[in-house]
Design a protein around this ligand. Sequence first.
Ligand SMILES: C[S@@+](CC[C@H](N)C(=O)[O-])C[C@H]1O[C@@H](n2cnc3c(N)ncnc32)[C@H](O)[C@@H]1O
Length: 498
Amino acid sequence: MPADQKNNYVNKLFYGDNLDVMNEKIPNNSIDLIYLDPPFNSNRNYNMIYTTNTGQPVPEGAIAFCDAWELTEDKLDEVQEFANELETEDDNAYFADFWNAWVKALKYQNPKILAYLVFMARRLRVMRYKLKDTGSLFLHCDPTASHYIKIILDGIFGHKNFRNEIVWSYSGNSVPKNFFPRKHDIILWYSKKDKCNFYPIYVDYAESTLKRYNHIDDEGRRYKISALKNGIQEIVYMKEGKPCTDVWNDIPIVRKKSERMGYPTQKPSELLERIIKATTKKGDIVMDPFCGCGTTLDAAQKLNRKWIGIDICMLSVSLIEKRLKDNYPLVIMKGRDYTIDGIPVTMEQVKELIHKEDTSKNEGRYQFQYWAIEKVNGFASTKKSGDGGIDGSIYFYKDEKKTLGRMILSVKSNKSVTVSMIRDLIGTMENNKADMAGFICYADPTQDMLNEARKAGYFKLQYNMFNTEYKKVQILTVEEILNGKDFELPFTRLLKKS
Ligand SMILES: C[S@@+](CC[C@H](N)C(=O)[O-])C[C@H]1O[C@@H](n2cnc3c(N)ncnc32)[C@H](O)[C@@H]1O
């Protein structure tokens, strides 16, 4: 990129599926470094537990992302689609044969891993196109799937472009009964071509080495005196810095409270700083297509690199914005230094989000639910199918003893809405002993719905001397939300704090 363009470059944060974003918004041959820390196939849901402004966790997690894989009909179509994509490319013909053999072997033996691998392989293939010829990709994973991923990377990047398998080892207290404590992650480094940017890193010497070089000269340089040989002893100076190897055991997991963002899989900034320093220089572009709470972006910003982050989780975008605001209050400003793409701000964009064709059915509808719940500062339900019709909740204190009150939320993307939806919501509110219910809809509510909601009466807050009434069932349209309207709720409501 020419120098003048570099100065005008605006960092970018995308909300959406990285496959779509990369295909639609990122030019080929434009990125110097891709770091990705995707879901690991660990087969569990990571629930990001928020603390509230009171420091208490709310009694429900909000979904951060799902790391559980099923080989559904849709996924099987994807497996075939990927095979077709590979066959249309000359340089991947050999990998296409390999992939087909794998599909045969895994389809019945280990369908879950196949579902995971097709997700990864499709994205890795696109990532290679996005890299500049001198660029590199660092893929962070753990031993659950690293052996499969390495073969996929060999196929997509070519085994000649394999650079390192970095072992990041850390300590921790858990001691399993049936195997050794698992205390390392794997970071696979592949370059796009044989010549890639690399700036060696030097690290501190171990205590034992420092002890051997136990003299210091007038200029502060460490040296040792060699053993007596042929009546001669020599002064041997310690080299400045020890070249960093592929085993990194000097970077602890995130412990500092000031660094912790509450994200379950957050990686330490130091780890990212090392990778960025080793493969890029100032002004280069770093992309993290699974950017989570933004560790890569934060490290890139700190080191004066340009950045692009993508995440499918709306909460991640708000966390990253907060992180940037806290860490670089004067330097980085939304609009001027970075843009956010993909979060709807108009009715048309909300419609697009709802109807987004995605790899899994109805994904757009769920993303719409997360968007709506986030906009009203609610906590999304952890289960995709909803919690008996509850898509999310808002919490507040009902009295001085801090008894938790709850407004349940139902979000509807339907083209038309009916009074039966309000009746169902009132039923769910009563069955769950919730205090209030909020209905969010894309379509305009009918007069019957408004009447039904009104009939539900009022919730009375009795908090110290405050004695206020709130409509028990409230309806908000998407248009009203976009215009900044919110539910009318007790002033004691609990807000998310990351
Ligand atoms: C392991 S976390 C990354 C954590 C990150 N390294 C950090 O330090 O915060 C994986 C992230 O990938 C995101 N993700 C999962 N599937 C995605 C997809 N298809 N497109 C974009 N992001 C996705 C999840 O929402 C999650 O935030």
